[in-house]
Design a protein around this ligand. Structure first.
Ligand SMILES: [Zn+2]
Length: 237
């Protein structure tokens, strides 16, 4: 199902002769393959929130290991660093993005200069005191392993520095009221519910009748675009 949506959407756009410059998704392996094979010439970028979430999960698990408890204090900063790396590389240059990310290995050890030619020195000012990781310790070595993981480094270079998937997820969260995931619908049933959602979104006042019984409630959940907010926060700095 995860793959069926992008397949149908890209086939439809192809039929309409619409060329896709860039597509932003999570790191779903089947979607990567589908885009690689069917959308030649289209840049495939990854949503920052999804990549940061994966890193957070790994570091949180690591912080529960013996002698690695200190890693727990770095989870939030390292996750923020993913957002900063993307937001501060507005031209989307993959090498610069990756260089910034890899400089994190030095940053966590309180080293802020002489990283590499693409990103020689940190851009921040003085930092408050914190529990820096010490070279040679198990915690430091394990965090470095996470940072320099080959698959992660490939994905970091492909982070989207512009659009994110959060807008689409906000739309899905509204759509959930009309077509709850706990039920399965036939193709046309799903299509009708999506049309109904669009009618309601475009002209809510036209729905003067009570909400139909398949709706969970007459109220919308607030849709937060957290990733875009976070990125713009870093861009302003
Ligand atoms: Zn630094």
């Amino acid at each position: 199902m995860e793959l069926e949506g992008p397949k149908l959407a890209t086939e439809h756009l192809k039929e309409e002769n619409v060329f896709i410059d860039e597509i932003v998704t999570d790191r779903h392996v089947q979607i990567q393959k589908c885009i690689r094979e069917n959308l030649l010439g289209t840049k495939h970028s990854y949503d920052v929130w999804h990549v940061a979430k994966g890193i957070k999960k790994k570091l949180t698990a690591l912080s529960k290991q013996k002698d690695c408890e200190v890693v727990g204090k770095w989870v939030k900063s390292i996750s923020n660093y993913v957002y900063w790396s993307a937001a501060s590389t507005s031209d989307g240059d993959q090498e610069t993005l990756l260089a910034k990310w890899l400089s994190l290995s030095s940053n966590i050890q309180n080293i802020h200069h002489c990283h590499c030619p693409k990103f020689p020195n940190c851009l921040h000012g003085d930092l408050e005191s914190r529990e820096w990781l010490k070279s040679g310790t198990k915690a430091c070595a394990k965090v470095e392993d996470v940072i320099t993981n080959t698959r992660l480094c490939n994905d970091i270079g492909k982070l989207s520095t512009g659009p994110q998937t959060s807008e689409m997820e906000a739309y899905h969260s509204v759509l959930n009221h009309f077509a709850p995931k706990m039920h399965s619908y036939r193709y046309h049933g799903q299509l009708c519910r999506e049309d109904l959602e669009r009618v309601e979104s475009d002209a809510p006042s036209t729905l003067s009748t009570p909400a139909p019984p398949f709706l969970n409630s007459g109220k919308r959940r607030p849709c937060k675009d957290e990733t875009s907010k976070t990125l713009s926060r870093y861009t302003k700095q």
